[in-house]
Design a protein around this ligand. Structure first.
Ligand code: SF4
Length: 435
């Protein structure tokens, strides 16, 4: 062992995937994971700035690591993820002089170069990393049943409120052979379910040879031995087409599950957000999916309290969700992010009103999901067993529609598809037993 590392991760699944790549690179160089950042020789914070709160958390964590480093001068501290954009790196270096390396999202090489340049690690060799070939880090190896695999990086859409295009750059697709070899490697290490990731995952392939698109890639991934299920997220309503929906319908391993943010129900707000679709167009996409896949589950994202959002606008958001009876909604209170178009608009919905809208939407989601799930009581669903919860003596897994299920099963079923009869259903989870 050459030393220890710790990676703290917050934010989206893309960050989780980036942290996994970095962990496996560091392990290939002989570093071992340690559970506490203060004890690590290399401490990495993988950050998110989509909202103010995760950014504040990262800053407070970073300042505390700065204190640790005062008595541990050889410690390497790296900051990665969406806090680090090209234009921000200089400011950050001035604000946090104790940070050794700043890495933009998905760019882990800067840390590896820095480590190799340090005298105490000069005996290490970059070829060790090349040989590692998408190895899962040790902490995941024993029990990694599911894994995230990025397929498009960045985003070019520039929704008015979103900071991601400024931090992750324009969208570009990974080469299919690279994605397929990564999934093959994960399958060889015991992974049973992969989720292909992109900020707009359904734009996959737009910059590649003709015929290569998400529908094609999903079908290719589904052919890989050992992989039992394939998911993909996040879809943008403007790019979902019939070919993609049919691929999901016709390929057994592709889960009938869509992450399809609508963000707002009012056309005036959608236009100001520059989302690129109307309320009616969103409804049409949902109806197209359900026509071909009647049991599809559709999750969404919603922002409440966007600049100038009135009570009537908000009620249209409630109505859209309630009428379509979607599944889980991730609800965020609007907060202005630097350099975005909407940050120049007055943030004129009071904090109190944002909170009230968030709570009312939360209640609606619990009610609708409770109603969506209730008819499943007494039915048998197929669950991929992801983890045994020893303290509760039960297994945890998900249905193809991504519904969370806890169940009893005699003996080890980790990584297997288990038929579970549901004895209880709630809005956010279900309980049953293997049959
Ligand atoms: S589609 Fe819009 S919200 Fe999503 S990452 Fe791109 S700019 Fe941000």
């Amino acid at each position: 062992m050459n030393g220890t590392y710790h990676i703290w991760t917050i934010g989206c699944q893309m960050n989780e995937a980036d942290s996994r790549y970095l962990a496996s690179q560091l392990e290939a160089l002989g570093f071992a994971e340690t559970p506490r950042a203060e004890h690590a020789d290399i401490a990495v914070l993988n950050t998110c700035v989509v909202r103010q709160q995760p950014e504040d958390k990262a800053v407070s964590k970073l300042l505390s690591l700065g204190d640790t480093k005062k008595n541990k001068r050889r410690m390497i501290i790296a900051l990665m993820g969406c806090m680090v954009g090209k234009r921000e790196a200089e400011d950050l270096a001035a604000r946090f002089p104790f940070v050794d390396v700043f890495m933009a999202p998905s760019q882990t090489d800067a840390l590896i170069d820095y480590v190799l340049s340090r005298d105490e690690y000069s005996h290490l060799d970059r070829t060790q990393i090349e040989l590692a070939d998408y190895r899962l880090p040790a902490v995941n190896r024993e029990k990694a049943i599911t894994a995230f695999v990025p397929i498009t990086l960045g985003c070019s859409h520039a929704c008015s409120y979103c900071i991601i295009p400024y931090r992750r750059g324009p969208d570009r697709s990974r080469k299919p052979e690279e994605v397929l070899s990564e999934v093959r490697s994960l399958a060889g290490q015991g992974v049973k379910e992969v989720t292909l990731l992109g900020q707009i995952v359904d734009r996959y392939g737009f910059d590649l040879d003709s015929g290569i698109n998400l529908a094609w890639l999903l079908k290719e991934v589904a052919k890989i031995d050992g992989i039992l299920r394939v998911r993909f997220l996040t879809s943008h309503p403007s790019y979902i087409d019939e070919e993609l929906i049919r691929a999901v319908a016709e390929t057994k391993k592709l889960c009938p599950y869509f992450e399809l943010p609508f963000q707002a129900g009012s056309d005036r707000i959608l236009e100001s957000m520059r989302r690129g679709y109307t309320n009616a167009e969103y409804r049409q996409v949902v109806s197209n999916i359900r026509k071909i896949i009647p049991d599809a589950s559709i999750n969404t994202d919603v922002i409440v309290g966007y600049p100038s959002e009135t009570e009537d606008d908000f009620m249209e958001t409630m109505k859209l969700y309630g009428e379509l009876k979607l599944d889980l909604a991730h609800i965020a209170k609007y907060s202005p992010r630097p350099r975005t178009v909407s940050s120049k608009m007055p943030d004129d919905v009071s904090e109190e009103e944002k909170e009230s809208r968030l709570n009312r939407f939360d209640e609606l989601v619990a009610k609708v999901m409770g109603e969506n799930n209730a008819p499943m009581l007494g039915t048998v669903v197929e669950v991929l067993a992801e983890e045994f919860q020893a303290s509760k003596g039960r297994w945890r897994g998900r249905t193809p529609q991504n519904k969370l299920v806890f169940f009893e099963h005699e003996g080890d079923c980790l990584g297997q598809l288990v038929n579970v009869k549901l004895d209880w259903t709630g809005p956010f989870s279900m309980i049953g037993r293997a049959v």
